[in-house]
Each structure stands twice: as structure tokens, then as C-alpha cells.
Design a protein around this ligand. Structure first.
Ligand SMILES: Nc1nc2c(ncn2[C@@H]2O[C@H](COP(=O)(O)OP(=O)(O)O)[C@@H](O)[C@H]2O)c(=O)[nH]1
Ligand SMILES: [Mg+2]
Length: 364
């Protein structure tokens, strides 16, 4: 899963990124406004350690989250209030979710680009920026599709009209302030929009970056209206402190956290918010080769879940043998699970649950 970190200049994006990736990052695509930093974080699934003991596989594979820290915007070529450059938009389009960093710390020595520290204003400004990027993309698409329709032969036109209709409908709702993910769309409309990679269709999380001695705000405490806050994930943290702890020796960091009475590390809390906001569950696969956790959108059916292992598995899907993780641990083996009747055979439309241990039977 790819998560892009965005926010106003000096809001603490890089500090949050370092806190989440513990300094383990690589940069890519230098030049222009500078390189993009990418950090890969393993999402440790504790169930895999238990399965490791049971199956003794050659390897266990935890899911990964890839965080992207975007380069600062080039102030000289940007307009005064511009938050995103064209290059940044491209990165955001490819991301699965967006993490908005909002400054909530006071520091007289560090100027805010809009002079005052006002988290509620900044949340709105960043969300507006995402809408604006989508509106521009939809306007371009509308112009291109309208032009194409004019030039098309009469027989070709009926096939082109639905997409243009969808683009216009989504654009109108977006102009009325409704992000794409909150718009009621039919499955075919959603499919038609996939290629546009619209930003307001993506899950968005806000991370409030508070000072060490301050309680981070929440969307509710800031009075952000429910129609804006609805659907947003949120997490409060002190990025500077979390960065220091992330770069410390792990044992020392644990002691430090206990002594200071701190919450779980930011990396854990942000991961949980990601899973909740994106709506992910994990199914598990076991075997002598590997035991692995596979994050998938909640509600996914077995046939589509098979496709996350290999795209061909969707087409070749025959059935899925499923046992709940807890049942497997209690029974001690798949064979015993089968005897006890808790290992079931499920079809294409079975809805995958978190912790299902699945063996897909595939026609190759
Ligand atoms: N006082 C204070 N400074 C912070 C905090 N978080 C970040 N900073 C500082 O703010 C400045 C900008 O942070 P940075 O992460 O580079 O921001 P970016 O431009 O959004 O990537 C740096 O000097 C940080 O040390 C914080 O919680 N408190
Ligand atoms: Mg930065």
C-alpha cells in the first residue's frame, strides 16, 4: 500500500515521515524540485509469528506500507497559495491513500506560511486543494471527450456518451463540495473513473502534529463540520518526539515511552488508522514455503481476494478452503480442522473475513 504524505511547507511532513519510517528511506527521481523520499514499513501481523511456530516455513511475509515524502514545492514557479505542484499531483494519483500533515504546534521561531497556526483552516485548505486538482482533471477530460464526440462517426457516439455523462455528473457534485468518495456512484461509473485516479476518491487521513507539551487537536475539537470530517481518518501525534524515539535504540525507546507514559508508537497508530480508513482486513496463507498476511479491502469476495495473490487466480478460481485463524490454532492443523468441520469449502462470492486462513484451489 502506498501512502503519500502531504501538507503545507514546514508543517512537519518530513518529521512525520521520519517518525514513521525510522530513517529507513531511499530517494528516487532527483532533479526538478528535488528527490522524493520513500520509506517502506513492515506491518507486523502477530498471527504470523504463531503460524511460524506451527509450520516452520522457509519465510514469513508481513504486509508493507510504503510512505512517500514529497519534495517541497518550488516557491518560485508556484502561485502564493499553491499547495501541490504538477509533479506532486502525479505522485498523489498513484497513491492508495493520502496522509495530510497539519501543523498544530506553536513555535514562534518557525514561521507558518500563512502566518498563524490554525489547524482547522489548514485541513480545509488541503482538502480544497485535492478538490481543485480533481476539478481540473475532470474539466480536461470533459473537453477531450466532448471534442472526441464531435469528431466521432454517428455509429461510435452512443458508446462514448456514458463516460462523458459520468464525468459531468461527478464534476457537478464536486463543485457542490462533495468529494468523489462520498458521491453515490454505480459500479460502472466507479470503474469508468478509475483511470482518472481522482484524489478526492482516495481515503484521506489527517495527522495533527502537536508540540511536546500540547494535547493534539481532533477534527471534532476544531469544530470541523461533520460533512467534511466524515470519512476522514485522524491521528494526533508529536512528530518531533516520535522522530527522536524512532531513531533511538529500540529497547531504549520502549523504556523512554514507559517512563513518559506515552501511547503506542506513532507508526502503530498511523498503521491502524490507515487500515481503518482504507477499510482493510488481512487474510492469511500458510504452508511449508511461506506463511503470509494479505491486506485486502473489507468486504472483498473470495474470487477477487485470490487475485491479490496472482491476477490469474481470479479467472482460474474453483473454490476456497477457509478456516478462521483462531480455529486453526485451537485445532493445531488443517487436517484436524477438517475433521472438526471448521475448515469449510467456500465459493466465489464468499466474503473474506479478517484472519481467515485460506487455501485457494485454482484451475491453471
Ligand atoms: N517546535 C516544533 N517543531 C517541529 C515539530 N515538528 C516539526 N518541527 C520543525 O518544523 C520544521 C519543519 O519540519 P519538516 O518536517 O521539515 O516540515 P516539512 O516542510 O513539512 O517537511 C523543522 O525545523 C522541524 O524540526 C514540533 O512538533 N514542534
Ligand atoms: Mg519536507
Amino acid at each position: 500500500m502506498d501512502i503519500a504524505v502531504i501538507g503545507l511547507p514546514q508543517s512537519g511532513k518530513t518529521t512525520v515521515f521520519n517518525a514513521l519510517t525510522a530513517g529507513n528511506s531511499t530517494s528516487t527521481g532527483g532533479g526538478g524540485a528535488g528527490p522524493v523520499q520513500i520509506g517502506v514499513v513492515k506491518v507486523i501481523d502477530p498471527r504470523l509469528a504463531v503460524l511460524d511456530g506451527m509450520y516452520n516455513p522457509k519465510k514469513i511475509i508481513h504486509p508493507e506500507i510504503k510512505y512517500w515524502d514529497l519534495p517541497p514545492i518550488d516557491r518560485e514557479s508556484a502561485s502564493a497559495n499553491q499547495v501541490l505542484s504538477g509533479r506532486q499531483r502525479n505522485i498523489l494519483q498513484a497513491a492508495n491513500a493520502l496522509l495530510l500533515v497539519v501543523r498544530a504546534f506553536e513555535d514562534p521561531a518557525l514561521l507558518h506560511p500563512l502566518d498563524t497556526v490554525d489547524p482547522a483552516r489548514d485541513v480545509k485548505l488541503l482538502l480544497d486543494e485535492l478538490s481543485l486538482a480533481d476539478l481540473e482533471a475532470l474539466e480536461k477530460a470533459e473537453a477531450r471527450l466532448t471534442d472526441g464526440l464531435k469528431k466521432a462517426k454517428p455509429a461510435e457516439r452512443p458508446a462514448m456518451i456514458p463516460l462523458l455523462d459520468t464525468v459531468q455528473k461527478v464534476k457537478t457534485s464536486l463543485e457542490a463540495g462533495i468529494p468523489v468518495k462520498s458521491q453515490p456512484l454505480t459500479p460502472s461509473e466507479t470503474t469508468a473513473l478509475v483511470d482518472f485516479q481522482l484524489l478526492t476518491a482516495k481515503p484521506v487521513m489527517v495527522s495533527f502534529n502537536a508540540g511536546e507539551s500540547e494535547e493534539p487537536p481532533t477534527l471534532l475539537s476544531l469544530g470541523v463540520s461533520a460533512d467534511i470530517a466524515g470519512g476522514l481518518g485522524e491521528v494526533g501525534l508529536c512528530a518531533k518526539l516520535e522522530e527522536d524515539l524512532a531513531l533511538m535504540d529500540p529497547d531504549e525507546a520502549v523504556e523512554f515511552r514507559e517512563a513518559m507514559g506515552l501511547d503506542e508508537p506513532a507508526v502503530e497508530r498511523v498503521k491502524q488508522v490507515c487500515y481503518d480508513t482504507v477499510g482493510l482486513v488481512s487474510f492469511l496463507t500458510v504452508g511449508e514455503d511461506e506463511c503470509r498476511a494479505w491486506p485486502v479491502p473489507a468486504g472483498i469476495v473470495a474470487q477477487m481476494a485470490a487475485g491479490t495473490i496472482h491476477t490469474d487466480f481470479t479467472r482460474g478460481f474453483i473454490r476456497a478452503e477457509v478456516i478462521a485463524y483462531d480455529d486453526l490454532i485451537r485445532c493445531g492443523s488443517l487436517a484436524q480442522g477438517r475433521k472438526e468441520g471448521v475448515l469449510r469449502s467456500e465459493g466465489k462470492t464468499y466474503e473474506v473475513k479478517d484472519g481467515d486462513v485460506i487455501n485457494f484451489l485454482i484451475n491453471t
